[in-house]
Design a protein around this ligand. Structure first.
Ligand SMILES: NC(=O)C[C@H](N)C(=O)O
Length: 325
């Protein structure tokens, strides 16, 4: 079999991070250039041809619209290039789930697109970066990875963009999938999928938007008032996501302010696990809210931004998009 040709799009993150000493805790993300990373990977003898582009060199806390536009364009170029079999995006782990989900919603489920990061910088004792990278090469080069949407490879597991979430601040095993766990397990020598691709041949769900509208997340807590809702609206938010208590709840004064906000409101939860469903403790039909279902607040925000950008304004149509995920 021919060796797959994989395009690496580098954005920085801890996978390219350096502390300057194996024993230092402090480090800076995005220090190792793509040429060096590709050379290190090739020295492992991976069965793939790699070419690299540096899209950015930042911690993913600084990733946003500019980098997303560039990634989307580079991935479209890779799709159009018959010589490229798959794409890897090296990315910080803090916002990997948001980038993966945005790309997943705006790209057809064709050639594999795999995000990969690391929890420890490249020069740390027991660094996970090169192992995760070698795993990502195995996934991106596997024809069976296509038709699964954008994937995230971390900690020897492969996750779907819709499910993946960072759920630990520092452990190597920081990523989980909800409601589905991993789609497969991977190591540098082997890859096992737990089922066939769910979306073979699926087109993109959304066209790439000209801009993303401002959507704020309101984080709920005990003894809260409606000031954050008013502040978000004053800042020009065109939609709101509630990172709610439990099943997407908030104190009565906050719910009243959300119902009167005059912009679409999606109820999600600050709790890490479980779905937020319609009309359970709150009358979503009467209040005009959308239930985020299994999407966490940061991913609900991206979906709401795309819906608003596309001109969708009916609550039922928005709810249908969240029901489908
Ligand atoms: N582990 C990491 O990659 C964290 C880093 N702050 C980033 O997201 O870029």
């Amino acid at each position: 079999m021919n060796r797959p040709h994989i395009r690496i799009l580098a954005t920085g993150g801890t996978i390219a991070g350096s502390a300057g000493s194996a024993l230092k805790r402090g480090y800076r993300p995005g220090q190792i250039g793509i040429a060096e990373m590709v050379a290190q990977a090739q020295a492992l003898g991976l069965e793939a041809e790699l070419d690299g582009h540096e899209v950015a060199a930042v911690g993913s806390q600084d990733i946003g619209w500019r980098e997303w536009q560039a990634l989307h364009r580079h991935i479209a170029d890779a799709y159009a290039d018959d010589g490229v079999d798959g794409v890897i995006v090296t990315h910080g782990t803090d916002t990997a789930e948001e980038t993966a989900w945005l790309l997943d919603l705006t790209r057809p489920a064709g050639k594999p697109v795999v995000l990969v990061g690391a929890m420890r910088p490249a020069d740390a004792v027991g660094s996970d970066g090169m192992r995760n990278f070698a795993n990502a090469v195995r996934v991106a080069g596997d024809p069976d990875a296509s038709g699964r949407g954008v994937l995230v490879v971390m900690g020897d597991a492969v996750f779907a963009a819709s499910d993946v979430r960072k759920s630990a601040t520092a452990q190597i095993d920081a990523f989980r999938g909800f409601p589905r766990g991993p789609l497969g397990l991977v190591n540098p020598a082997s890859l096992d999928w737990f089922g066939p691709p769910a979306r073979p041949g699926d087109p993109a769900r959304f066209a790439w938007p000209e801009a993303l509208p401002r959507v704020e997340i309101v984080y709920a807590h005990a003894d809260m008032d409606a000031a954050p809702v008013h502040a978000a609206l004053a800042a020009g938010s065109r939609g709101l996501v509630l990172a709610g208590l439990g099943h997407g709840n908030a104190p009565a004064s906050v719910i009243a302010a959300l119902a009167e906000a005059g912009v679409p409101v999606v109820r999600s939860s600050r709790v890490d696990e479980g779905s937020v469903d319609r009309n359970v403790e709150l009358d979503d039909d009467g209040l005009g809210f959308v239930a985020a279902r299994a999407l966490n607040p940061q991913k609900a925000r991206i979906l709401l931004q795309l819906l608003i950008a596309e001109g969708v304004d009916e609550i039922a149509a928005m709810q249908a998009a969240f029901d489908r995920r």
